[in-house]
Ligand binder design. Structure first.
Ligand code: PA5
Length: 323
C-alpha cells in the first residue's frame, strides 16, 4: 500500500490535468462537502484552506443529513471514493429532492450511476486505490473545480507548486515515516497527536491513518482548545501510558510555543515524545507533507505489527450491516 502514497504527486498532477465537468454561471454562497472517512477528509482540508485563504465558507458533513440551511445558492460536493457509502448516498438523494446544485466525486459505484442518471456533473477518480490513499486525486480534482469556477481565493500557483513540492519531498517523508513507525512500535502507549490550530484537519488525518492502516486507537489534541479542557485531565492522571507525536508548523511561532507548553503537561505521564516538523512553504504543502508522513508511517507500523494496512475489516462489516 505504501506505493500508493509514494505516487501522490503523480495522482495530484493527473487530477489537475483533467478538464472540470461543469462551469457555474452564477455566484455560490458556500460549499458543502459530504463524505465519510478518507473521502470526508477532503472537506476538512478544504475548510482549513478556505479559512486561511479567505475563500468561500466550507462546511463539512460527515453523516447522512443534508443540513437544513443548504439551498440553491450553495454548492454541494458529494465525495465517496467507492461511490457506495450509505451516508454519502443519502445526502446525495436529499440534495436531489431539494434541488441543491451538486458535483459528485467517485471512482464509480452507485454515486456515479445516480449522478449520470440525473445529469449531475461527476469527477472521475482513478480506480483500484484505497480511499484514504487517493486524497490527492480527490483534493486536487475539487481544488481545480473550485478554481475554474472562481470559487477559490488560493493563488493557483500555490496549488501547482505543492505538486512539485510533494514530488521533491517524497524521499524525506519516507525517511521521517520510518523513524515515526519505529518509535511508535517501541513506545507502545496510546498514540496522542499533539498539534496546534489551524492544523486540526491534519491531526484528524493522522488519527484516521493510524486507525485504518496500523489498526491502533489514537487521540488528537489541538492547542489552544486543549488548554481549556483536556489539560485538566492531567492534574490527577488516571491513564499513564502515552506516546506523544507532536506536529508543528515551524512558521507558526505561537503554535510551536503552545505545543511546547503541552509537552510540559504531558511530561507528568510520559517521556515518549517525537516531533514532526512540517516541511513546505504554503499551508497546503504542509498539510500534504504531514498527510504523506502519516500515510507512510502508519503503513510501516502495520508491517512491523504483521498486519495488512490495506484491509479495514471492521469498516466493511459496518458497511455491510448499514446496507
Ligand atoms: O479510507 C477508507 O477506506 C475509509 O475511511 C473510507 O474512505 C470510508 O469508509 C468511506 O468510504 P468511501 O470513501 O468509499 O466513501
Amino acid at each position: 500500500m505504501e506505493e500508493m502514497y509514494v505516487e501522490w504527486s503523480r495522482q495530484a498532477r493527473s487530477a489537475l490535468e483533467k478538464p472540470v465537468p461543469v462551469r457555474f454561471n452564477r455566484g455560490i454562497r458556500s460549499v458543502i462537502v459530504a463524505g465519510m472517512g478518507g473521502s470526508g477528509i477532503v472537506g476538512d482540508v478544504l475548510s482549513t484552506l478556505s479559512s486561511n485563504y479567505s475563500s468561500l465558507p466550507v462546511i463539512t458533513v460527515k453523516n447522512h443529513i443534508l443540513p437544513g440551511f443548504a439551498s440553491r445558492e450553495d454548492l454541494l460536493l458529494v465525495v465517496s471514493y467507492s461511490g457506495n457509502t450509505v451516508e454519502t448516498l443519502r445526502v446525495f438523494d436529499s440534495a436531489l429532492e431539494r434541488n441543491i446544485p451538486m458535483v459528485a466525486v467517485s471512482s464509480g459505484g452507485l454515486l456515479k450511476t445516480r449522478a449520470y442518471e440525473h445529469g449531475i456533473p461527476h469527477i472521475q477518480l482513478p480506480e483500484g486505490l484505497a480511499p484514504r490513499a487517493s486524497l490527492p486525486s480527490m483534493l486536487y480534482g475539487v481544488l481545480k473545480l473550485l478554481y475554474e469556477n472562481n470559487l477559490l481565493n488560493i493563488p493557483f500557483k500555490i496549488v501547482e507548486e505543492s505538486v512539485d513540492f510533494l514530488e521533491e519531498k517524497t524521499g524525506e517523508a519516507m525517511a521521517e515515516a520510518g523513524l515515526i513507525a519505529e518509535w511508535v512500535h517501541r513506545s507502545k502507549g496510546l498514540l496522542v497527536i499533539s498539534t496546534h490550530s489551524p492544523l486540526e484537519s491534519l491531526g484528524l488525518r493522522g488519527k484516521n491513518e493510524f486507525n485504518e492502516n496500523a489498526k491502533i486507537p489514537v487521540k488528537v489534541d489541538v492547542a489552544p482548545e486543549w488548554m481549556h479542557n483536556d489539560i485538566v485531565g492531567y492534574e490527577e492522571p488516571f491513564f499513564k501510558d502515552f506516546t506523544v507525536l507532536e506536529v508543528v508548523d515551524p512558521g507558526d511561532r505561537v503554535g510551536v510555543m503552545l505545543v511546547d507548553f503541552m509537552r510540559t503537561i504531558y511530561g507528568r505521564v510520559t517521556k515518549s515524545f517525537h516531533r514532526l516538523v512540517l516541511e513546505g512553504g504554503s499551508l497546503l504543502d504542509k498539510i500534504l507533507y504531514g498527510s504523506m508522513v502519516f500515510g507512510l508511517s502508519s503503513c510501516k507500523l502495520a508491517r512491523m505489527r504483521g498486519i495488512d494496512p490495506l484491509k479495514t475489516a471492521s469498516i466493511q462489516e459496518y458497511k455491510k450491516a448499514a446496507g
